[in-house]
Structures are given as C-alpha cells and as structure tokens.
Design a protein around this ligand. Sequence first.
Ligand code: PHE
Length: 449
Amino acid sequence: MNQNNRDSFSGKLGVFMALVGSAVGLGNIWRFPYLAGENGGGAFLIVYFIFVLIIGIPAMLSEFVIGRRGQSNSFGSFKRLAPKTRWYFVGLMGIFAAIVVFAFYSTIAGWAFEYVVISAKNIFVPPGDVDHAQLFEDFHTKALMPLVWMAVFMLITAFVVLSGVQKGIEKTSTILMPLLFMFLIIFAVKAISLPGSAEGLKFLFYPDFSKINADVLLNALGQAAFSLSVGLGALITYGSYVQKDNNLLKTAFSVSVTNMFVAILAGMAIFPAVFAFGMAPEQGPGLVYVVLPAIFEQMAGGAYYAFGFFIVLIFAALTSAVSLLEVVAAYFKDEFRMKRSTATFAATGISAILAIFTTLSFGPLKNVNLFDHNLFDCSDFLASNILLPLGAFFIVIFLGWFYDTKQTKDELTNQGTIAFKLFPVFLFIIRFVAPLAILAIFLKEIRII
Ligand code: PHE
C-alpha cells in the first residue's frame, strides 16, 4: 500500500508483468492472427505497427499519467484531474466497454477449456478421423458447455481480482507470462520447421499494399487499441497502482515491444502451419480452434502440443481478463465504497449477463442479428472498433489540450528527475497526430472522406 492507502504493485518487475499480462492475451494469439488472415497478412501487420506507434503507445502513456496522477479508477481519476467537468464520461464509457469486452472475451476463452479437455483425452486415446471444422461447429453452437466454460473462466478471473493487486493480479502474471513466452517460442520453432512453412512467413511478413482499404485501416486501429489494452481505462486503473518512481516511458515502451513480439510470435506459430497444411488463413474467429487442432493432429506428439497450447491460451486470456474486470471492480470499490469482494462479484455478475448473450450468439441465438451480424460480432465491433478508439481519442485530447502540460511533463519525468527529451514530440502526437488519425479512419469508414 502507498501513502494514501491505495493498492499498489510491488515494484518495477511487478508493474511490467501485470501490464504485459494485460496487453498480451487473446488479442495476440486469437484476434491478431485471424484479423491478419482476413485483412491481407503483411500489409495489415505494417499498418497495425504504425498505429501502435502513433496512437497506441501515446495513448498508453496518457492513460498512465491520468491514473498515476488521479490515484483512482478511470472514472475517479477524471473527476480528480478535471473537477466540475464532464470528462468523467470518458471514464464511464471505458467502464461500459470493459464490461462488454470482458463478456465476449469470456466466450472465446471458455472455448479453450473444452479444447484442453479434448486434447487431454486425445493424449490417452488417439482420435480416429476427425473433421475439425465439424467438431468446432458442433461444440460452439451448443448452449450448455460453452456457457459452463464461460462461467468457469469468469469465476477464475474473479478469484484473481478478489485476491488483490499484488497477491492476485501481479502474482498471476509473474508466473504465467514467462510460461507463455516459452511455449510460444517452442510452437513458432516447430511451425517454421514444417515443410512448406515459407508460404506462411511470406503471408505474414510480405506486405501487399493493394489490400489496404478503409476496413483494413479500421480493423488495424481497433486491433492496436485492443491489443495494447488502450482506450477503456485499464491502464488508468493499473497506472494508479504504479509507484511514483517508476519510469513510465520505459515501462510503456517495454510493454509495447513485448506485446508486438508476442503477436508476431503467435503469427509465426500459426501461419506457417496453416500454409504447410494447405488451409485458408481467412477463417475468422474460429482460426485457432479449427486450424490448429487439425495441425496438431498431424504432428508427432500433437496431443501434447494441443494440450499445452490451449492451456497457454487460457493463461494469456486470464491475465488480460483480470485487467478488464479490475476496471469495473475498482470503480465499484472506490465510488460506491464496496469491499473488494462485493465489487468484484457485482462486476462479474453484470458482465456475465452480457456474456450469456455473446456465448449463445453462435448457437441458439444465432439468428438474433443487428446490422447483419450476430451479437458476438456486434459486441466485438462496438467495443474494439468504436469504443476503444473513441476512448483513446478522448484520452489523448484530454491530456493534449485540456490538462496542464506542465503537470503532464512532471508526471512523465517523475518531477524532473528523469529526462524526456522527446516530450515536444509526444505532445505533438497527442495533440494532432493521434486524434486526427483516429478521426480520419472513422470518417473513411463511414465514407465521408
Ligand atoms: N489487450 C488484451 C488482449 O490483447 C485485451 C484487453 C483490451 C485487455 C482492453 C484490457 C483492456 O487480449
């Protein structure tokens, strides 16, 4: 605990692990590969990388400043930094987005449990001829098991959040993240060594710029925000637990580089394998669930790899889900003076109601469509492509135009004790580059420019 009795991370390593835990998740292993697959591979990777640089990292730094200055949840921090204004709406919008993301996140993470069970069975009894697309179709369109696994995932997440900032959030990430890196490196090496893998690497790294259109830009923007956990206040909330002597610049940079590295590693594990086995990269959200099991099956010891992979997927998802739930729980705890436990359960309960819909949207509620998309797709689109970029937009505008520049500089240089030579560049980016880029992408998407 620090001076004002607020929870805090234990130190530099704890901060780094918790933040990497939040950033690295389904976004890297499930979402990035399938979006890259649908949006042209290498060209998408480059646009995504540019958006991380000019929007993601500056927005991440801005959230850190708001959280560490505000010493509160995302709503409370805005209230403190901008009293008597309506900026707290940005915090509220983020809390709403966190509920939505936590809900659909739990649907996808829940599926991984089923696949852990399937792989475990396959270790003992090797399967005969399996049609993996059919298997996935049969499972994820049902009601009962997807709901049960979604609930299991939510409860584990709640348990971690309940255990507190250091003992729950930080400790879980510190144990799980190194394991995840290790596994992913093994998978990538394995995939690259498959005959015919070069096509996959080419797909991932060779940019075909003719593929870039308004949708690709919006998807890359959404993915940049989603993947760095930017735009809904997760980093404001975590920022409020970061010690005053932490070098926020170094932290933001190292977290973003690690996050990018893991996305590329996941791509290198998946695409070479996809191409080596002659499958299509544009499978959509089922990519890792349909393609990978088919590939594992053809490898010696594949069931073990499959088992390991889906456990890793759960780890990655868990440490990110924790940061989503913490956004909502911290808000309830600070603003309604609830105990951590009550706040956590209240937040989980609300998300769970929505998660029932996102989970069933592949089966019984398949035909409930909004704008031609099921409820899952709508939630993902609304949160990732609209609310998160919009949140990032307001966050950089707040810091760039509204909040006192001197205080921002103080916070980023730890009261002048560390250098930040590029501060004017940072200011220019959060004032002009990032907000205008987000605006342009939105306008392009709705065909105004
Ligand atoms: N960054 C996480 C991922 O890539 C998801 C996330 C988004 C977490 C927003 C917190 C806030 O999986």
